[in-house]
Design a protein around this ligand. Sequence first.
Ligand code: AKG
Ligand code: FE2
Length: 357
Amino acid sequence: MPSLSDSYRNHPLHIHHKHHDLYSLQELPESYTWTNINDNTFTYPSSNNISEGSSVNVPVIDLNDPNASTLIGHACKTWGVFQVVNHGVPLSLLDDIEWVGLTLFSLPSQQKLKAARCPNGVSGYGLARISSFFPKLMWSEGFTILGSPLEHFRQLWPHDYNKYCDIVLQYDETMKKLAEKLMWMMLDSLGITKEDLKWAGSKSQFSEACAALQLNSYPSCPDPNRAMGLAPHTDSTLFTILYQNNISGLQVKHDGSDDGNGWVTVPPLSGGLVINVGDLLHILSNGLYPSAFHRVLVNRTRQRFSAAYLFGPPANVEICPHAKLVGPSRPPLYRPVTWNEQFSHTINTRLQILFYK
Ligand SMILES: O=C(O)CCC(=O)C(=O)O
Ligand SMILES: [Fe+2]
């Protein structure tokens, strides 16, 4: 059974060769300049104006609303992304994870590189996970946590790693509970019940589910109109729960957008969390809930931070269009895949869409 690490092994990332300290650069290096991709293969705005005043808005759903499950189903079908409020995650915990992330990314480069992700590994400090699939570098840095952060945090903070570890563990535990709740609301909106999904486990709590936490930092950028924080992609997850700080940058592709190029900003909402439909829910729903195609733009003056909780099925479970959503008039559109397989496939497919359309 290939592991997520196998997927990375096929697309190694050598951060030491490419690493720049983005916080001290006064000019955008050529390796980070995206505008020379002007051969019509890449959709990019003429200016990185991050408009908040769009007439189409990403849905905001109150999880205490008795209709929440129906509203979620509609948002998944029409947007692939929505924000939730009244989700039960204490705001102090969101502040805490932001503090861990900002403290981590503000360490000197040499210190961060002590916890660098191995070229073929998953956990640790490094370039955006999708970097190896794109010709240009992105104006961001990331830290991926799969399982315990202890080993890496000990290298970053030899004396007081415990307080940072405790916050990450509490964040993981809280997100796991929210993920379970959201997953059942999404499944309910598809007409799938607890009896219909064996891999949810005997208590239907997704106790074997895999998850990773991805911390992202987007430093202020000397030339934001020619830089890309995170290139357009879909997440290979079932879904992603994203906390973003109060700096705009996340955009999602949506047919009804009114900016002429299809990108709609997902505005930061105090205390809100963004939910992105990922490729595996796309497959499980037999295409009814399309995965959100999204990207991140950067700005000249403010550092942006986000924490993405990547929620997926148990490693050995193959996700396929659910039997309840397949019939004579609705053949299965996708073959069964594990999360590990999907990681490689999707990005390749999306790249083909981007570069060969
Ligand atoms: O920073 C963001 O808002 C999005 C991050 C993201 O898309 C990811 O980590 O996959
Ligand atoms: Fe993403």
